[in-house]
Design a protein around this ligand. Structure first.
Ligand code: KG4
Ligand code: ZN
Length: 346
């Protein structure tokens, strides 16, 4: 049994977990910095780094204890090395590599999006290769053909905003608190999704996506409705806008997924990343999956948003690469997924 400690500090969540090959997750913990960033309406990178620095070591101790092992029982330390906020990444990378150095075990720098993409492998039943992955997070929106661990081909990409970014920006237009995505989704539940026919850019062709025009359409609609007469917009208007916006995003994402399935003939779909926690998206994909005979895998919401478990698992898959070199501190704010090469474990 190989035991890997996973450390996630790429953005505003501190995540720690222990994964054991053949057994699965032994323990995990997550601290969300939502309350720290809320007064600022978004993530303040400096505050994110400082809080990761304050919290990470005690969290590692607690999770290792909960897994009923000692630090000396660990076989490797995996940490999110990018993409993400450089200062935040540096905290996890520094402590992860230092710990590995002290324990004389490998340190595995993990690609955060690869970890998202493989998170569904922690669930039962596991998806089988090959599958199509819809990666929808705050910084990325991609359709990827996954042939095996580390064998990825990007089929479609967003040309501008990521889906999560669009959720966050529209949430701000609606004066919703950070984090915008979940707040907008909650408001949308009370609204009429058919109230506004917002555009679905690029829906009718190809696998690339675009969300910035949709965001602009929402802004213009709100400006029009608010008018110049100083009348405050009604709460139901905001709920209708939220529901109609969410419907446009879901419609676009689901259409692209179905097209990717059609074009590749691969009838397994895996949803990953923070927007994968969105109930409307999950429900529509479940419906369309049933209708079109596609097997849809979604990790539980806690494995869609940032977490240490996915880093530990991806670290185990990448252990072969890292075992040959001594621990290094790697932090890459930008790191294209296509640069990754296939791996042996999995
Ligand atoms: O994967 P993630 O936790 O962090 C990144 O790697 O970016 O994704 C965060 C993104 C944010 O844009 C957030 O607003 C969005 O995922 N998000 C949601 C929901 N939960 C998180 N968007 C829509 N509905 C949700 N329930
Ligand atoms: Zn993420």
């Amino acid at each position: 049994m190989v035991k890997v400690l996973g450390i996630e500090t790429s953005c505003d969540e501190t995540g720690v977990a222990v994964y054991a090959s053949g057994r699965g997750l032994l323990a995990e913990a997550l601290f969300s910095q939502v309350e720290i960033h809320k007064p600022f309406g978004g993530v303040v990178p400096e505050l994110a780094s400082r809080d990761h620095a304050a919290r990470l070591a005690p969290m590692i101790r607690a999770v290792v204890g909960e897994a009923q092992i000692t630090l000396e029982d660990l076989d490797a330390v995996a940490y999110a090395a990018g993409p993400g906020l450089i200062g935040a990444l540096m905290v996890g990378a520094s402590l992860g590599a230092s710990l590995a150095l002290a324990l004389a075990i490998p340190a595995v720098p993990v690609h955060h999006m690869e970890a998202h993409l493989l998170a569904a492998m922690l669930e039962t039943p596991r998806p089988e290769f090959p599958f199509i992955a819809l990666l929808v997070s705050g910084g990325h929106t991609q359709l990827v053909r996954v042939r095996g661990h580390g064998d990825y081909e990007t089929l479609g990409n967003t040309l501008d905003d990521a889906a999560g970014e669009a959720f966050d920006k529209v949430a701000r237009l609606l004066s919703l608190p950070y984090p915008g995505g979940p707040a907008l989704a909650a408001l949308a539940e009370r609204g009429d999704a058919a109230a506004f026919a917002f555009p679905r850019p690029l829906k009718s062709r190809g696998l690339d996506m675009s969300f910035s025009g949709l965001k602009t359409a929402v802004r213009l609609e709100l400006e029009k409705r608010r008018g110049g007469d100083g009348v405050a917009p009604s709460p139901s208007l905001h709920a209708d806008v939220a529901a109609s916006f969410q419907a446009a995003v879901v419609d676009t994402l689901v259409t692209k997924c179905l097209r990717a399935v059609d074009e590749t003939g691969i009838r397994q779909l895996v949803i990953a990343g923070g927007v994968g926690a969105n109930t409307a998206l999950r429900e529509e994909l479940r419906l369309q999956g049933e209708r079109h005979g596609i097997v849809v895998h979604y990790p539980r919401p806690g494995l869609c948003t940032d977490n240490g478990a996915m880093i530990a698992y991806a670290g185990w898959c990448r252990l072969g690469d890292a075992a040959r070199e001594s621990p290094r501190i790697v932090a890459r704010p930008r790191w294209p997924l296509d640069e990754l090469r296939p791996v042996g474990n999995g």
